[in-house]
Write a protein that binds this ligand. Sequence first.
Ligand code: SF4
Length: 95
Amino acid sequence: MMMLDWSRRAACLDLDPELFFPISMEGPCQSQVEQAKKICNGCPVREPCLAYALSTRQAHGVWGGTDPDERRSLIAASAVPRQGSAPARPLPGGR
Ligand code: SF4
């Protein structure tokens, strides 16, 4: 799978991808989402990760410390331009 340059330094690189892609963003999975966001908060590539997720309209999972609802709000507020097609998830876990 394609790996972006910045993703090689991702704090989540060797972590279980399911932590960042819970089956739900609500209910019992909320603690999982919060745990993923905490990892993002200490990640050296949080900014490019979030920029990538916004520009490629990643609709699922935690990216750059944000959940899908937060990203939709950011996109709506700033009219982030959309880039071409992109892999669904080049990270975490070296995907
Ligand atoms: S999802 Fe993005 S910001 Fe969060 S740990 Fe992984 S690379 Fe870093």
